[in-house]
Design a binder for this molecule. Structure first.
Ligand code: GTP
Ligand code: MG
Length: 303
C-alpha cells in the first residue's frame, strides 16, 4: 500500500488560540481536547508559554496552540510572552480570536487583529463566556457588531466553561482542514513534558491562593521527578521562585500554613494528572527582579 493510500482521507486543522488575557483561551483549549493540560485562573496573564494540545476524531486531527494573553509588556518575561503569540500565528490554518460578550474591540485586540490581517491569517471570532449572557439574541447582536469591525471568516458563541457551542466551533474549524497525513500520532495530547505540566499545576495554586502582584512574580521549576521502584509513588521536589523576601514569607504563611495549602491542592491535581500517588516537596527561593533577567527566564523555559 502506498503512503498516499495509507493516509487517504486524513485531515488536519492547525489553529492558534489568541486574544487578550483572561478571556478563557486556556479553558477553551482544555475543553476542546478534553483534558487539563493548560492552567487557568481568574487572573490575567496566567499562561506564559505557547501550549500545544492535540485531539484526533477519526480522520480529523485538530492541533491547537494556546497562547499567552496579548498585552503591552512591562517586563522582559512579558516581551517573551507576546513574542510567543506572534510566533504561534505563523504557519497556521486559522486563528481562534477569543473574546467575551461585548460590542466593541479595544486597542490591544485591534492591534492583534491588524497583525493577523497583515499575515493573511483567517480568523474565527469566538465569543466566549456565553453563560454570562442574559439571552442568545444579545450574543448575536454583539457578534453582528464585532463582525462589522473586522472581516472574520466565521463566528461562534461558546462557553468553554460549560461546553456550549463546541460543535459549532468544530464545524467552523473543519472549514480550514487540509488533506494529508496527521501531524502527530492519533493518541497525542500535547508535546509538553510531564514535569512542565506539574510545575504549571503548582503555579496555578499560587495564582489561586495569593493576592495582587505576588503570584505574577512567581515561577515554579521541578527539580526532581522520580518514580519509586518498590511502589506506585512519584517523588517530586519543586522550587517556587519569588521576587522578594517579604513575598517568600507570604508564600510560606504563618507556621507554613499557606505553603501547606498550596502543596496539598497542587498534589491532588498532580495525582489526577499523573494517575499516581505523589510525594510533593516545595521550597521557596528569592530571586530579585527575575522577570527582567534573561538568564533566569531562559532557565525557566519561557523563551
Ligand atoms: N463564566 C465563564 N467563565 C469562563 C469561561 N471560560 C473561562 N472562564 C473563566 O475565565 C477566567 C480566565 O480563564 P483562562 O482560561 O485562564 O483565560 P486565558 O484567556 O487563558 O487567560 P491568560 O492565560 O491570562 O491569557 C477563569 O476564571 C475561567 O474559569 C466561560 O465560558 N464562562
Ligand atoms: Mg491562558
Amino acid at each position: 500500500m502506498s503512503a498516499a493510500e495509507l493516509f487517504c482521507g486524513q485531515q488536519t486543522v492547525f489553529a492558534a488560540i489568541v486574544g487578550k488575557p483572561n478571556v478563557g483561551k486556556s479553558t477553551l483549549l482544555n475543553r476542546m481536547i478534553g483534558a487539563k493540560i493548560a492552567i487557568t485562573s481568574p487572573r490575567p496573564q496566567t499562561t506564559r508559554n505557547r501550549i500545544m494540545g492535540v485531539v484526533t476524531h477519526g480522520e480529523k486531527q485538530y492541533v491547537f496552540l494556546d497562547t499567552p494573553g496579548f498585552h503591552l509588556p512591562k517586563t522582559k518575561l512579558g516581551e517573551h510572552m507576546v513574542k510567543s503569540v506572534r510566533d504561534s500565528v505563523a504557519d497556521i490554518d486559522c486563528a481562534l480570536f477569543v473574546t467575551y460578550p461585548k460590542e466593541t474591540l479595544d486597542e490591544i485586540e485591534t492591534q492583534l487583529l491588524a497583525e493577523l490581517k497583515t499575515a493573511g491569517t483567517p480568523v474565527i471570532l469566538v465569543m466566549n463566556k456565553a453563560d454570562t449572557l442574559s439571552s442568545k439574541a444579545k450574543g448575536e447582536k454583539f457578534i453582528e457588531a464585532l463582525c462589522a469591525l473586522y472581516p472574520f471568516c466565521g463566528s461562534v458563541i461558546v462557553s468553554a466553561l460549560d461546553g456550549t457551542g463546541m460543535q459549532e466551533l468544530t464545524a467552523e474549524l473543519d472549514k480550514h482542514a487540509s488533506e494529508g497525513p496527521h501531524l502527530f500520532p492519533d493518541d497525542t495530547l500535547t508535546d509538553i513534558p510531564e514535569k512542565v505540566i506539574v510545575a504549571e499545576l503548582i503555579r496555578e495554586k499560587l495564582l489561586l491562593n495569593l493576592f495582587d502582584e505576588l503570584p505574577h512574580g512567581c515561577a515554579v521549576s521541578v527539580e526532581r521527578f522520580k518514580e519509586r521502584m518498590d511502589k506506585p509513588l512519584i517523588d517530586i521536589d519543586a522550587e517556587i521562585l519569588c521576587e522578594k523576601e517579604s513575598h517568600k514569607g507570604m508564600i510560606i504563611g504563618k507556621k507554613g500554613a499557606m505553603l501547606k495549602k498550596i502543596g496539598s491542592e497542587a498534589r491532588a491535581d498532580i495525582e489526577d494528572f499523573l494517575d499516581c500517588r505523589v510525594n510533593l516537596k516545595l521550597w521557596v527561593k528569592v530571586r530579585e527582579d527575575w522577570r527582567n533577567k534573561e538568564s533566569v527566564i531562559k532557565t525557566l523555559g519561557y523563551t
